[in-house]
Design a protein around this ligand. Structure first.
Ligand code: NAP
Length: 428
């Protein structure tokens, strides 16, 4: 039977689990793929770090970059992380030296995926990154292979488990943002520095990768990104009363030959499928022709789910399945027009915290009329003890630019107590 020599670089949460999995399942993987996966070298930052497996001199590489140079290595699994520094150097070197690469690094692929893909194609080696998008959810391979027949029109979903856990716990456990974040960190659902999860950047990186796979385009950095930091318990309760849930969603869609990429908290109907995805789960929804709507749901992170995706990539290489990293040749990938969401239409939830004084409501509604935004529903919740009032307005479909103008104009009024809020509604 053929053999494939592998180097794993990065032995943290993911790398150490993958290493142990490959040792334990070598025989069955060889049978399934008709090729034996051999771990030739492993490397990480520090040899002295305590790990739950033994490391021999023979397998340890002192300089991780030697993996990219070694004639003995066919495939490098990069599990260091980060768009720059050692991960970048390793993956560039590996592909230039005609080694296959498997990575879980969304930051690297979202930033350098196009140039890396060109090197891989030129050198006829694989660059696989299933694990970089939604952990164990098999969306990348589904787009490249199972859904190949389709013209994709829209991809959207929940791509970040931490923010989904926070929003659903605020809702189900009646807790505020900080309480839930503290618990998420305590139980290991959120990293000690959770900023990329909470500010939407993690979802944005995954969405850029998905967009280019769905639309056969190069990676495009025109993307609107908002996180969940400003969502409070009152928004969640208001949404509930109106028949909605709030989720952090990523969307990429073609409308009139233009692509809109956006990440933001979204009000979605309680009866919708995506509203039922709670906790750390991820879900990706694809609208395509002729398949219709497809949904893949599952564990979006963690060592076991991520290893499932890495093994899928490694198996593809074991079987000798040399593919274009982004599904089609770089020569065929397109520069599609990506648009700002300012021009897109949304219905929206706007919330204004105001002094409870005369004339406020008419002042606000006048601003809506001046910006050609029509109102579908108004709810006013006075707080007599504080002399304030919360005004919630649901709009009809309106230009995003106009909705933002209202937020700015009303935000400057004398009666405003807190920065107004805008949360877009998705009725699909
Ligand atoms: N964690 C998840 O749930 C998850 C899910 C999907 C994708 N991913 C992606 O998987 C990748 C790895 O994540 P992780 O959670 O396993 O990270 P991690 O626990 O922080 O592990 C990082 C590893 O990289 C090694 N490393 C750091 N600097 C290095 C250097 N200069 N040279 C060589 N090795 C170096 C570290 O070495 P030491 O062990 O010696 O410190 C460590 O083993 C990231 O790209 C991440 O985005 C993670």
């Amino acid at each position: 039977m053929k053999k494939l020599n592998i180097a794993i670089v990065g032995l943290g949460n993911i790398g150490s689990y993958l290493y142990k999995y490959l040792i334990k399942n070598k025989k069955i993987l060889a049978k399934k793929n008709n090729c034996i996966p051999i771990i030739k070298f492993i490397s990480a930052k520090s040899r002295n770090r305590k790990r739950d497996f033994k490391i021999t001199d023979k397998i340890w590489l002192n300089n991780y970059l030697d993996a990219a140079k070694s004639k003995e290595i066919d495939l490098i699994v990069e599990l260091i992380g980060g768009a720059e520094g050692p991960a970048k150097k390793l993956v560039f070197d590996a592909l230039k030296n005609k080694k296959h690469v498997v990575t879980a690094n969304k930051a690297l692929i979202a930033k350098y995926g196009d140039v890396l893909s060109k090197i891989a194609e030129k050198n006829k080696v694989n660059l696989e990154f299933e694990a970089s998008v939604c952990g164990g959810v098999p969306i990348v391979r589904s787009l490249k292979e199972s859904l190949i027949a389709n013209k994709i029109i829209k991809v959207f979903g929940i791509f970040n488990g931490t923010s989904n856990y926070i929003l659903s716990s605020m809702d189900n456990q009646n807790k505020n943002f900080n309480e839930v974040l503290n618990n998420a960190q305590k139980y290991g659902y959120a990293e000690s520095n959770p900023s990329a999860d909470l500010n939407g950047e993690d979802v944005a990186a995954k969405l850029k990768i998905l967009s280019s796979l769905c639309f056969n385009s190069f990676i495009n950095h025109k993307i609107h990104v908002e996180g969940i930091k400003d969502i409070d318990k009152e928004d969640i309760d208001n949404a509930n009363k109106l028949g909605y849930k709030i989720k952090l969603l990523g969307f990429s869609e073609i409308i009139n030959k233009k692509i809109y990429q956006r990440v933001h908290p979204t009000l979605i109907k309680k009866s919708s499928y995506i509203a039922s995805i709670d906790g750390v789960l991820n879900a990706v929804i694809i609208d395509g022709k002729p398949v219709g709507r497809s949904i893949i749901q599952g564990e979006g992170a963690g060592p076991s789910a991520t290893t499932s995706a890495l093994i899928s990539d490694i198996s593809s290489i074991l079987r000798g399945n040399i593919k274009f990293p982004f599904s089609i040749s770089n020569k065929e990938r397109k520069k599609i027009n990506f648009s700002e969401i300012r021009e897109r239409y949304f219905s929206a939830y706007l919330r204004f915290e105001v002094k409870d004084i005369q004339g406020v409501l008419s002042n606000i509604t006048k601003t809506f009329a001046n910006n050609n935004v029509s109102i579908k529903r108004i709810i006013q919740n006075p707080n007599k003890n504080k002399g304030s009032s919360s005004i919630i307005i649901i709009t009809h479909s309106s230009k995003d630019k106009s909705l933002n103008k209202i937020i700015k104009q009303v935000g400057n009024k004398y009666f405003i107590i807190k920065k107004p809020k805008l949360i877009r509604i998705d009725d699909n």
